[in-house]
Structures are given as structure tokens and as C-alpha cells.
Ligand binder design. Structure first.
Ligand SMILES: [Zn+2]
Length: 219
């Protein structure tokens, strides 16, 4: 799947959480959705051609350095273990596992507590984004879902990246996202607030007609 489809899936997961958990605070929504977008792209950091590697080269550089260090460590291990560790850090390896989807947000949450920084929503968003990425990749060739505990490749389907079926999925996410955005705007009661601003404080110099007074009292 392409970065755009992964992003749409991550944002849709975040917007669904906003709707289900009734999060009306804009700061909370922003933190959650930021985590979702990062999480939806982050697993592909193991691929130099991916959207996140291209857009955030410093994260890619850190991951490459980490890969090199792990490979040096792996060379010290006996044959099969060495290959197991090396393949785990390759494309669709550990970054695409359930272990990372839960361990990384937990780590961010823990670090947030140490530095007294609010990371609850960011961590939740990160987890949702990571899970949305994993779910999509299960349908596009499969992933080693249970690394580092098992190398078994779990596959649901083989949807071609950039193919017609991915476009249908992308349009589906756009429709879900449009619906959730409209619902979210409705809950902000923006229209009610504008009408209240117009009608609740009529200018003191202005004397309303009887019809207007009835209208305001009924509003
Ligand atoms: Zn992926």
C-alpha cells in the first residue's frame, strides 16, 4: 500500500476514536491525530523508498544506524540466530509487528511520564496508526506479525500496491473520513454558536419588533 492510503487509514482510525470517545477538546484531537499520522507511516521506515523515509530523512538515518548496530551485534551470534535477528530488522520485519505496535506507544508514554509531558493521546494515536498500517499490510502481501517471537508470515490477501483495488480502498477511507468529519463539526455546535452570537445580544439601541422578540424567545 502507498503512503497516502496508509495515512488515510490512520486518520480514519483517529477520527473514529474521536467520535466513539466523544473527544471535543481540540488539543486532545490534535495530539491523537498527530500520533495516528506518524503511526500510520512509521513501520515503513525499514524501506528507503517509503514516504516517511523520503519526507523525514533524519528518522530514516537513525533507523539505518540502529540497523547497522544490530547487524554488528547479530554477527556475534551463532548461524540461525544471526539470520533470524538480521531478517527481523529488514523490510516488513519488527516495525510491522504487534509487539512494536504496543511496545512503542508504551515507551513513549513512559518517557512522557519521566519528563512530565502529556503524551497519553499521542501514544494512543501512535498505537492506532501502527495498527492501521499493520492491518492494511496484512492485505497486501502479509507481514511477520508475531516478531520477535515467531517468524511466521501472516497474509490475508495480496492487493497490488497502487492497483485498482487499492484505489477502491482509498476512496472507501475518504468516504468514511468525510462522514466522520461532518459528524465532528456537527458536535462542535459551530452553527448554534454563530446563531447565538447573532441573536442573544441584540444592540441596546435597537428596539426589536414584537415578531423578533417572539423569535428570540423561541430560539
Ligand atoms: Zn508497511
Amino acid at each position: 500500500m502507498t503512503g497516502t492510503t496508509h495515512r488515510l487509514a490512520g486518520i480514519s482510525a483517529g477520527m473514529a476514536a474521536v467520535e466513539i470517545l466523544q473527544m471535543n477538546d481540540l488539543k486532545i484531537q490534535t495530539a491523537l491525530l498527530t500520533g495516528c499520522i506518524i503511526g500510520s507511516l512509521l513501520p515503513d521506515i525499514d524501506n528507503p523508498q517509503s514516504t516517511i523515509s523520503y519526507k523525514v530523512p533524519c528518522i530514516r538515518a537513525i533507523y539505518s544506524l540502529l540497523q547497522k548496530m544490530i547487524r554488528i551485534f547479530a554477527d556475534l551470534l551463532p548461524g540461525r540466530k544471526k539470520e533470524y535477528v538480521k531478517s527481523s530488522i529488514g523490510h516488513r520485519g519488527l516495525t510491522h509487528s504487534l509487539f512494536t505496535a504496543f511496545a512503542l506507544p508504551a515507551l513513549i508514554l513512559g518517557l512522557g511520564k519521566i519528563v512530565s509531558f502529556q503524551t497519553h493521546m499521542l501514544s494512543l494515536g501512535l498505537m492506532l496508526g501502527l495498527l492501521s498500517h499493520i492491518l492494511l499490510d496484512l492485505f497486501s502481501g502479509g507481514i511477520r506479525l508475531f516478531l520477535p517471537f515467531s517468524p511466521y508470515n501472516v497474509k490475508m490477501a495480496r492487493i497490488k500496491t497502487g492497483g485498482a483495488l487499492e484505489w477502491i480502498i482509498r476512496i472507501g477511507f475518504m468516504m468514511v473520513l468525510s462522514y466522520l468529519t461532518i459528524e465532528s463539526i456537527k458536535e462542535l455546535h459551530i452553527i448554534d454558536s454563530i446563531l447565538e452570537m447573532i441573536f442573544s445580544n441584540p444592540p441596546s439601541m435597537y428596539t426589536p419588533t414584537l415578531e423578533e422578540e417572539i423569535l428570540w424567545s423561541l430560539w
